[in-house]
Design a protein around this ligand. Structure first.
Ligand code: SF4
Length: 422
């Protein structure tokens, strides 16, 4: 199977319309010089906050090296660093990078996998910024977490910044007060998706809230409803809506909070009647999926099983046969009888890797356009070689450090999630 990178290189020559932006083929360094941006890919049109970290240039020897040279240099650095190094690769990361990973998984699986390598001094996270922060929060103090390209953020995580959420919270406290009901229910419990900054994990930790993943969102919402009359859910409106709807919460009790408007663009009564207040955030990768793609898959492949990620819009989740986390999707594919056909609504790198791992099935991405996650794509083997060779010289580049007081509060919210299970 060809990698996403080589597919994009080929499509650049053949059919520019076949990808969301063929500039991906130029290499991420072309976008690391100017103002912060997500670069080409699914998040290209999302507004990039001015505070987004910039990467800056790396030496030409890494930008200009051939794939073969970079592979040889990365393997040599890995060999030299031995057990002092662990490389983590997210499911959505490109194959050219994932092939060097010691563990491949979702963000939380990877942070936990790193904990099994106590001897590792360096955790190189081939994912995005919030994932490296979570790994830093959960890892031992002596371990250093490194993000090979600092510009690898997450457009969804950036849609909820700390000051906007603080302001929202103040407005909600003014409206609800902070008295508990006679049954002991707080007016509102903040719940954040794992895909957010460490500062927001700390915010929910400080305010009696909890973190969720796409695997445990139902359990976490149940936990929150045992303690509060309603939930403020951020940053992903779709995961919040899809999960709460499946639990029986009516749509009219799930108003959206637009941080640019007073009361989030709602009237006070709507907020008083609400059960789940949804932040105005989304993942631009999963927002690309639509019901027309599902209709076409069903016509082209009768009997196809459509499985989508719960970050997809509600109508897509409703039209699919199943929805679940990356781990759920992997397990569904692994458990299916040979000869099954799957149309999968999640990031194309993961779908293509599943297709290669399970050749007994026919597996394809629901979105026919090759459009990877812009920010995952910013990690290139050139950056990996750059940070690893620096480690060999004893130099730590691109370390991600969460301030101890932030990490302590974030840890409270993560520990609540772990205690809530499954
Ligand atoms: S796939 Fe979506 S949520 Fe995941 S890192 Fe990319 S933009 Fe963020």
């Amino acid at each position: 199977m060809s990698s996403i990178n080589s597919t994009i290189q080929r499509l650049t020559l053949i059919s520019p319309e076949s990808t969301c932006n063929t500039d991906l083929a130029k290499g991420p360094w072309a976008f690391d010089k100017g103002a912060p941006s997500y670069g080409p890919g699914a998040s290209e049109a999302d507004a990039t906050p001015a505070s987004t970290p910039k990467q800056g240039d790396i030496p030409a020897e890494y930008r200009e090296a051939s794939d073969e040279e970079l592979t040889a240099r990365i393997l040599a650095a890995k060999e030299t660093l031995g057990e002092r190094l662990v490389i983590l690769g997210h499911f959505y990361q490109r194959d050219e990078v994932v092939k060097f990973a010691d563990f491949v998984g979702d963000s939380f699986q990877l942070a936990n996998a790193a904990l099994t390598r106590e001897e590792a001094e360096y955790i190189v996270f081939c994912g995005v910024h919030f994932m490296a922060e979570t790994a830093d929060i959960l890892s031992a103090d002596r371990q250093k977490v490194i993000l090979p390209n600092l510009a690898a953020g997450c457009s969804m995580a950036d849609m909820a910044d700390e000051s906007s959420v603080e302001e929202c919270w103040e407005q909600l406290m003014d409206l609800y007060g902070n008295e508990k009901t006679p049954e002991g229910l707080a007016p509102v419990i903040p719940v954040t998706y794992m895909n957010c900054s460490a500062a927001l994990k700390a915010f929910v930790g400080k305010h009696g809230g909890i973190v969720c993943t796409s695997s445990n969102a139902t359990t976490v919402l149940e936990w929150a409803f045992e303690r509060g009359q309603r939930v403020l859910f951020f940053p992903d409106q779709h995961l919040g809506r899809n999960t709460a709807k499946a639990m029986g919460v009516p749509l009219e009790q799930m108003p959206m909070w637009n941080p640019n408007k007073p009361l989030g663009g709602n009237d006070a009564q709507t907020l008083l009647d609400s059960r789940v207040i949804l932040w105005h955030g989304f993942c631009s990768v999963h927002r690309r999926f639509n019901t027309k793609q599902i209709d076409k898959a069903r016509i082209d492949f009768p009997g196809v099983q459509v499985i989508v990620h719960p970050e997809c819009p509600m109508e897509v989740v409703d039209a699919a046969d199943a929805a679940g986390s990356t781990d759920y999707i992997r397990k569904a594919v692994a458990a299916a009888p040979a000869g099954s056909t799957f149309a999968i609504g999640t990031e194309v790198n993961m779908v293509n890797r599943l297709a290669a791992e399970y050749p007994q099935h026919h597996i394809f991405c629901l979105d026919p356009v090759i459009c990877p996650c812009s920010t995952m794509y910013r990690i290139h083997p050139g950056y990996l070689a750059w940070v690893l060779e620096a480690l060999v010289r004893g130099e730590v580049l691109n370390q991600i450090v969460v301030a101890p007081e932030v990490a302590a509060d974030a840890r409270v919210a993560l520990d609540r999630m772990l205690a809530a299970r499954p």
